[in-house]
Structures are given as C-alpha cells and as structure tokens.
Design a protein around this ligand. Structure first.
Ligand SMILES: N[C@@H](CCC(=O)N[C@@H](CS)C(=O)NCC(=O)O)C(=O)O
Length: 202
C-alpha cells in the first residue's frame, strides 16, 4: 500500500496513528505530498481529484480517501477493534466526525491567514471557525468523557490528534483554559507510542 501524506497534516496523522496502533505501518510506503488549496499536487490529483491528503493506494491499486474511509478500510483489513461494533459504532463515528470537524476549522484558519492576501483576510470568518472549535472543545470536556475513557478507538485517536494540532498551529488560543478534564485526558493520551512517533512537524 502507498499513503500520500505530509508531516504537518492532522488528517494524515490520524491514518499514521491508526497504522501504528494496528501494527501494520511497515506495510505502507509513505509518499510526501504536501498540498494546498491554491497549489494542488499534480501527483496527488491523479489519485484524488479533490487534491487532498491523506490518500491511500491499496495493494490492488484502488485510491481511497478521505481519512475516515482509509482508517475504516485499514481496520477492516486487519480485523482490528478501532471501530466498535453495535450501538457504540454510531457514538464513535459521531465523536470522530466532531474531531474531524474541529480539524477542518483549524486547518481552514491556517489557510485563510497563509494563502489569502493580507488585506482580504476576513477576521469575522476566522473567529467563527474558532467558535466551532471552542463549542466542540466544550462538548468534549463534558459529555464525551465516558467514551474518551473507554477502549481505544478511532474517535479517541482523532480527538488526540486534533488537540495536538491546536497546540501546533493555534497554541496562542490556549484551548486548555477552563477544560481541566480534557487537558488531563490529552496529556495521558499523548504518551501513547503511536502519538509520540507521529508528532507534527513543519
Ligand atoms: N476530509 C478530509 C480532509 C483532508 C484535508 O483537508 N487535508 C488537507 C491537509 S491537512 C489538504 O490536503 N488540503 C489541500 C486542499 O484543501 O486542497 C479527510 O478527512 O481526509
């Protein structure tokens, strides 16, 4: 298998952590394919017309995206337990979608500041993206603790990844303030081997 990814991408990190937790990281060749909305990567758009990473090429040549499709595929291939069975599945998928939505907002904020001409940066829009992140953080602080403390799954991995991405790109916003329980959970989760081995870099 081949994985188009980049060291700073939180969506790609979800997949890298998933591979490590499933113990199959050595079955994948990693291809660095950093892409931006204004400078698509030519090699990548031949596999994913959306031009986004991560994108996995399976052993039989199928291109899979986005991150949630890839992680479910890998979990199925390995017969892993990163997606619970029964009613818990819907809870896990909703929590994963919450973390992915936070990632999306946080990544869009970076793009707005990085790729838009300075005079066109729309502060109201930027703050509205951050409001989404804040509301989701509050929901994680009180409401999801039962799931976060349960058996390891992809939802927890997505939450662990997005919280570190907030430190990486939006450290000045101090997401931990007033969220002691979530901060404590994150500090423990960050110690996992798979999280340590995949820390984001420029
Ligand atoms: N929903 C997608 C989001 C992927 C995504 O936005 N990736 C970013 C990098 S972090 C990207 O490739 N951006 C390039 C673009 O938007 O054109 C997923 O879960 O994989």
């Amino acid at each position: 298998m081949k994985l188009y990814s980049a060291a700073a991408s939180p969506f790609a990190r979800k997949v890298r952590v998933c591979l490590l937790e499933l113990g199959i990281e050595n079955q994948v060749e990693f291809i660095d394919a950093a892409a931006t909305p204004v400078a698509p990567n030519d090699m990548l758009i031949m596999q994913n017309p959306l031009g986004k990473i991560p994108c996995l090429i399976s052993d039989d040549g199928m291109a899979l995206y986005d991150s949630r499709v890839i992680t479910r595929y890998l979990n199925d291939c390995k017969k892993g337990a990163l997606y619970p069975k029964g009613a818990k599945l819907w809870e896990a998928l909703t929590l994963e979608a919450t973390a992915d939505g936070m990632m999306e907002a946080a990544v869009l904020m970076v793009y707005e500041k990085r790729f838009r001409p300075k005079e066109m940066v729309y502060d109201i829009w930027l703050e509205a993206q951050w409001d989404k992140v804040e509301r989701a953080l509050d929901a994680l602080e009180s409401g999801w603790e039962g799931h976060l403390d349960g058996p390891l799954d992809m939802a927890q991995i997505a939450v662990g990844v997005v919280l570190e991405y907030l430190d990486f790109r939006h450290g000045d916003r101090d997401w931990r303030k007033g969220r002691d329980a979530l901060a404590k959970w994150q500090a423990a989760f960050a110690k996992r081997d798979a999280m340590q081995k995949t820390q984001p870099s420029m």
